[in-house]
Ligand binder design. Structure first.
Ligand SMILES: NC(=O)c1ccc[n+]([C@@H]2O[C@H](COP(=O)([O-])OP(=O)(O)OC[C@H]3O[C@@H](n4cnc5c(N)ncnc54)[C@H](O)[C@@H]3O)[C@@H](O)[C@H]2O)c1
Length: 397
């Protein structure tokens, strides 16, 4: 694929590094930046044949197969609409929109134009995440009951993130979009998110938006998704997921403490360690290959293969829209302090069914509550009578 990059900032560089690494065959050929100096510097750094300060020119360039949006949140919609006008495939960074309404307009535009719309949710493509999903799909941890995802760091690097109008919110929109989509994958994307309860506050930074939030997303099958997001966390970037199922558990630590620990006095050099690392001396927790740890290579492979194979990628514009709808409910709940419904005018998954909890039988009269091997070697068996509800304990030697 030949790619036009829109934007030349932080994520554009991460994406370009990932795309141009390891002899990959998909390359950026054009960059748009509103500032000519930045556009030229980006083109020089990555050896691109073309650069421009005109977004429409970048998108319409005849060499370009697919457009990669790496612009601030308030510019995603205009860029997607411009791609739809000239029928160029588009892949867009997260969050898709600032609200579900905005995301829905983008979704409609790509579908009406018949172009590809890929949602660049990189944290759903990390090697650890993909492996966890395989295990969950095989049934290794049973039915998923609770999925918790946490992203916390000391706050973003550019002015526009801190401006609620441009970003659409604070830590909830910036980091919550990752966490919500991670839990949706674990719980099942065809399971309808019903309602959200969220606490949010501005604890540290002098901004209008929230810099810390915790939310619960209730799903139609009884599962619960939990997100924990912060722009006030000190100590680097904390990316952790936990999944609890009826038959097992998964814990993932994607960034800090991944098994690589290093000490330096700092006298030798003072380089970059990893995204949002707050220190480059003393004990450090670097990552081996940052792009891989964050999922970018697998993400781009899936996107470009999906275009070639004329199929959906793992993460679509529709997913981006659902995430925005969940976050809309989170923002509302943080204000009203009650559970708020997730409003999905376009729901493509399963319709919610009546509660159908099934308990494990021990014999024809009893449910099994649990079994536990005791220190003396006895097995304690806790039972509930199906008719009377009486709870009893049997011990087998
Ligand atoms: N893990 C991830 O997937 C990840 C990580 C970081 C950022 N992002 C997303 O990437 C997007 C960009 O974030 P970033 O960190 O690269 O920001 P950034 O500020 O580093 O870069 C933004 C780019 O857009 C340009 N820009 C800013 N205002 C503009 C305007 N009015 N018109 C035209 N160009 C303008 C800037 O010059 C810069 O090139 C955001 O949507 C953000 O949420 C995703």
């Amino acid at each position: 694929m030949k790619i036009a990059m829109l934007g030349s900032g932080f994520i554009a560089r991460f994406y370009a590094e990932s795309l141009h690494a390891q002899r990959r065959k998909d390359h950026v050929v054009m960059v748009y930046s509103r500032n000519e100096k930045n556009a030229k510097r980006f083109a020089d750094d990555y050896g691109l044949p073309h650069y421009t300060i005109d977004m429409e020119e970048a998108i319409a360039h005849p060499e370009v197969d697919v457009v990669l949006i790496s612009l601030p949140n308030h510019l995603h919609e205009a860029a997607v609409l411009a791609c739809a006008r000239v029928k160029k495939h588009v892949i867009c960074t997260k969050p898709l929109g600032r609200t579900a309404k905005e995301a829905k307009r983008m979704l409609d535009a790509v579908e009406e134009a018949g172009i590809f719309g890929g949602y660049l949710e990189d944290l759903c493509y990390t090697p650890k995440f993909l492996k966890s999903m395989e295990s969950i799909k095989k049934g290794d941890i049973g039915r998923v009951l609770w999925a918790k995802s946490r992203e916390a760091h000391p706050g973003p690097h550019s002015d526009w993130f801190w401006d609620k109008e441009k970003s659409g919110g604070g830590a909830i929109i910036d980091l919550g979009c990752h966490c919500v989509e991670i839990s949706r994958n674990f719980i099942g994307k065809n399971i309808k998110p019903l309602e959200v309860m969220c606490w949010a506050d501005t604890q540290v930074h002098p901004i209008d938006a929230e810099d810390h939030a915790i939310g619960l997303v209730k799903y139609a099958n009884g599962a619960i998704g939990q997100f924990e997001v912060s722009w006030t966390f000190r100590g680097g970037m904390d990316l952790r997921d936990e999944v609890m199922g009826t038959e097992g558990t998964i814990w993932i630590n994607s960034f800090l403490r991944t098994g690589f620990e290093m000490f330096t006095t700092g006298k030798g050099g003072e380089g970059y360690v990893a995204e949002k690392a707050e220190s480059n001396t003393g004990w450090l927790f670097p990552v081996g290959d940052e792009a891989h740890e964050l999922g970018y290579p697998h993400m781009f492979t899936d996107m470009f293969k999906a275009i070639e194979e004329n199929r959906d990628p793992l993460e679509t514009f529709y997913d981006g829209y659902v995430v925005n709808a969940i976050l809309d409910a989170a923002f509302k709940s943080a204000k009203t302090k009650v559970w708020e419904p997730v409003i999905l005018e376009d729901w493509r998954g399963e319709e919610p069914q009546d509660d159908q909890k099934q308990f494990q039988s021990y014999d024809k009269d009893h449910y099994l509550i649990k079994e536990e091997l005791l220190p003396n070697g006895d097995m304690a068996i806790l039972l509930k009578h199906k008719e009377t509800g009486e709870v009893t304990r049997k011990v087998s030697h």
